[in-house]
Write a protein that binds this ligand. Structure first.
Ligand code: S3P
Length: 430
């Protein structure tokens, strides 16, 4: 367990920064590169622990994957050449690896055992294993197949017509990937749009997928072709610096080459609604993914209500938004975000616990939070609770605290942002 002492900075954030590659897109690039035939090269790959778990899972199935920092090369031989692993597959902290991988393993004629760390072992897998069982896979685990470790006996799958019961891109993607290996056309309907990186990347690998209103259809048996993928910067990582700049007076910061996929840009909408001085410049899309730069200057902020359709577009940013709200004028309400309870930690409970310790008036509700603005942040000893996004939120809070913050369990930040602290240092005005 590593402890980090964070001294208050009270300085502007300035300059420009390129954040590491998008986590969701990095996972999918490894997955599709491993299913495709031919060479795939990935640049600006996120070399965080979660994405390394996805690499290791496919290596265990015999795929040749070479990773050197942020560049990855995959010599894909196609789905038929994937092998049965000799050992159980360790998923670490990564929900995306678990749920997307399950979709593929369900369609392979082998047996697999999957396990994860303490946090992942508490997260629900039945949201994916139920539809996959309906397609023909045999999946079992603790609590009737709800929790890891899971045992998967894959095989021939039949297509299904499925409506996602939760607003989750992981569930949608798990079923679509199984659909790629199934016989016939699989249809997934989602009532609220979630991130569409799986759909975009399938097209980039030469596959076909159609979307009509809220129904996505994929035909099984498609042959994918290796390609080059440039991963955009992760807007979920950028969000920590955008908020840090918004609340540190005198700041003027630009985040370059960042993903601006509209299914992910809820943070931009909320920052604007709260009165942030923000400018977005779009560049040309890469691999079906919008990219550009975001510039932000500090400004006075007002409270808002965050609810409904925007929630999946900002789900991972809600912890840092809660900190932002603590610095706005008025009371901010977040609702319809029950999914926060199923993340790396119960993020409603974790945000309330940590921000309360830092002097914020905040109340958790069943599906969100109520945050009172105008807080003076105080020094404290706070635990990340093993959740990377809670750890980074605490680090941003420390910038404007009135005394030293000690962050316990800081190492979990490497799950999505191994160089977080050195990047932060680069933009603090000296
Ligand atoms: C992700 C989807 C989201 C998100 C997670 C990454 C993905 O989870 O919170 O960090 O890559 O598909 P859910 O699909 O469970 O909402």
């Amino acid at each position: 367990m590593s402890e980090k002492v964070l001294h208050p900075v009270h300085k502007p954030l300035q300059g420009s920064l390129r954040v590491p590659g998008d986590k969701s897109i990095s996972h999918r690039a490894i997955i599709f590169g491993s299913l495709a035939k031919g060479k795939t090269t990935i640049s600006h790959f996120l070399d965080g622990e979660d994405c390394l778990r996805t690499i290791a899972a496919f290596q265990a199935m015999g795929v040749s994957i070479e990773q050197k920092g942020r560049t990855v090369t995959i010599e894909g031989k196609g789905i038929e050449e994937l092998k049965e692993p000799n050992q159980p597959i360790y998923l670490g902290n990564s929900g995306t690896t678990a749920r997307l991988l399950l979709g593929i393993l369900a369609g392979l004629p082998y047996h697999f055992t999957l396990y994860g760390d303490d946090s992942l072992s508490k997260r629900p897998m039945d949201r994916v294993s139920i539809p996959l069982t309906e397609m023909g896979a045999k999946i079992d685990g603790r609590q009737r197949g709800k929790l890891l470790p899971l045992s998967v006996r894959g095989g021939k799958l039949k297509s299904i017509v499925f409506e996602t019961p939760v607003k989750s891109a992981q569930v949608k993607s798990g079923v679509l990937l199984a659909g790629l290996l199934a016989e016939g056309i699989t249809e997934v309907t989602e009532r609220t749009t979630t991130r569409d990186h799986t759909e975009n990347m399938l097209l980039a690998f030469g596959g076909e997928i159609t979307k009509q209103q809220d129904k996505i259809s994929i035909e099984g048996g498609q042959q994918l072709k290796g390609t080059s993928i440039e991963v955009p910067g992760d807007i979920s990582s950028a969000a920590f610096f955008l908020v840090a700049a918004a609340i540190s007076s005198g700041s003027d910061l630009t985040i370059t080459n960042v993903g601006l996929n509209p299914t992910r840009t809820g943070i931009i909408d909320v920052l604007k609604k709260m009165g942030a001085d923000l400018d977005v410049v779009w560049s040309q899309s890469v691999g079906g993914e919008a990219i550009g730069s975001i510039s932000i200057k500090s400004s006075s902020l007002k409270a808002t209500v965050i609810e409904g359709e925007i929630i999946p577009r900002i789900i991972d940013e809600l912890p840092i938004v809660a900190l932002l709200a603590s610095q706005a004028e008025g009371q901010t309400i977040i609702r319809d975000a029950e999914e926060l309870r199923h993340k790396e930690t119960d993020r409603i409970a974790s945000v309330v616990k940590t921000l309360t310790a830092l002097g914020v008036e905040i109340e958790g509700t069943n599906d969100g939070m109520i945050i009172t603005g105008g807080a003076t942040l105080k020094g404290a000893c706070v635990d990340s609770l093993g959740d990377h996004r809670i750890g980074m939120m605490i680090a941003v809070a420390s910038l404007i605290a009135n005394s030293q913050v000690t962050l316990q369990n800081a190492e979990c930040i490497a799950v999505s942002y191994p160089n977080f602290f050195s990047d932060l240092e680069k933009i603090i005005k000296t």
